[in-house]
Design a binder for this molecule. Structure first.
Ligand SMILES: *Cc1c(COP(=O)(O)O)cnc(C)c1O
Length: 379
């Protein structure tokens, strides 16, 4: 029987060669390869600075940190996202204030933001869910009006574009965070990146990721004079290793091809599934390019049990799927006050959506098997 997983990283000989070369170089922690990956990433996104980190979760934590988000502050954020987005706010001692989504886009609904703003609101944390660009123009206009900072959680959005610019370009928000977890499009095993146009923040982010040290290992190694480091503020170990960065450099070179293939596969799904009355599909916004990090469908009007039945039927014929995006306020670690909140569109989307297999190696025949079996499961 065919076994079709839901996702598979696209790794090849170039990644193996660069990682091998890096091991042989003798420098494996954050060093020249991380610096190279950062330069390539900044050039790709059009950002002035790119700072590599151990994950998108740590990137979000430090992005909020340089904005001085702390105790007593509130940050407006969707609940309908991966839990790390809101956890980063809590790491700073601040409080997530959940905003509901637009059901057609699964991204936060900007019209709901003004009612949530209080004197304690410090920032808006925007998520480009499954890589589909959020309405940055409207959100940033609201933020400017109320003097709020904006951070983008672009964990899934590498290669996506908004109004003709790559996500990561700091035209709208000054801090954009990316993930290189294997479920994303570029993977380094684990890893993250922040892009910013602010040189002072870039320098501080580089210190914070390395224990607050005034110089990094590479600078000390390359110095002709003895360097004694200082610890200027409380920092963290949030570094990316040179082994991870070597993978990232190779992945970034292949990214245009990877995205083109993903968009081709998504278009195939669109064609095969359009017109099925039980399904709602999610479309590319007119002013954006979507990297198709995840192909979600909504089973219209379904309960979670009915949705799970369809997923189970697909699994029985060798097709793996996953439920859609979670709604954080319903999770135990957020407690009863959050659980009591009503975010109807977030909850409905969590209950009704699921994602279909999508990865560059997926063949047309396998994809046809998926759509045929899905039609059968819905019949
Ligand atoms: C995956 C993901 C994260 C977390 O990324 P890590 O690199 O695994 O820490 C954060 N936010 C969103 C929206 C994600 O999809």
């Amino acid at each position: 029987m065919l076994k079709i997983p839901v996702a598979k990283p696209d790794l090849g000989d170039e990644e193996v060669a660069l990682v091998t070369e890096t091991i042989r170089s003798g420098w494996i922690t954050q060093g020249p390869r991380v610096a190279e990956f950062e330069r390539d990433f900044a050039a790709y996104t059009g950002a002035a600075h790119a700072i590599a980190l151990s994950s998108c979760t740590t990137a979000l934590h430090l992005a909020l940190k340089v904005l001085d988000v702390g105790e007593g502050d509130e940050v407006i954020v969707p609940s309908h996202t991966f839990i790390a987005t809101a956890n980063a706010i809590r790491y700073c001692g601040a409080q997530p204030v959940f905003v509901d989504i637009d059901p057609a886009t699964l991204n936060l609904n900007p019209q709901l933001i003004p009612a949530l703003i209080t004197p304690r609101t410090k920032a808006i944390l925007v998520v480009h869910q499954v890589g589909r660009p959020a309405d940055l123009e409207t959100i940033c206009a609201i933020a400017r009006q109320h003097k709020l900072a904006v951070v983008e959680d672009a964990a899934c959005a590498i290669g996506s574009e908004y109004q003709g610019r790559k996500i990561g370009h700091n035209y709208f928000a000054p801090l954009v965070c990316f993930s290189f977890h294997p479920r994303k499009i570029v993977s380094t095993g684990d890893g993250g990146m922040i892009t910013t146009d602010n040189a002072e923040w870039a320098a501080r982010l580089r210190r914070l990721r390395q224990h607050g040290m005034s110089v990094n290992d590479l600078q000390r190694h390359q110095s002709a004079t003895v360097v004694t480091e200082e610890y200027l503020e409380l920092g963290y170990n949030y570094r990316m290793t040179d082994l991870q960065a070597a993978m990232g450099v190779a992945q970034l070179r292949r990214l245009p091809k990877i995205i083109a293939r993903r968009r081709e596969l998504a278009a195939n799904y669109d064609r095969a599934l359009t017109g099925l009355p039980q399904l709602e599909l999610f479309r590319e916004p007119g002013n954006a390019l979507w990297n198709q990090q995840t192909y979600l469908v909504r089973l219209k009007g379904a309960s979670p049990v009915q949705r799970d039945e369809v997923m189970q039927k697909l699994l029985a014929v060798g097709i793996a799927t996953r439920r859609g995006i979670m709604s954080i306020h319903r999770e135990a670690c957020y407690g009863s006050a959050y659980a009591a909140q009503s975010l109807p569109e977030s909850e409905r989307a969590s209950d009704q959506c699921f994602c279909l297999p999508l990865y560059t190696q997926l063949t047309e025949a396998e994809q046809q098997h998926v759509t045929e079996q899905l039609r059968r499961a819905l019949a």
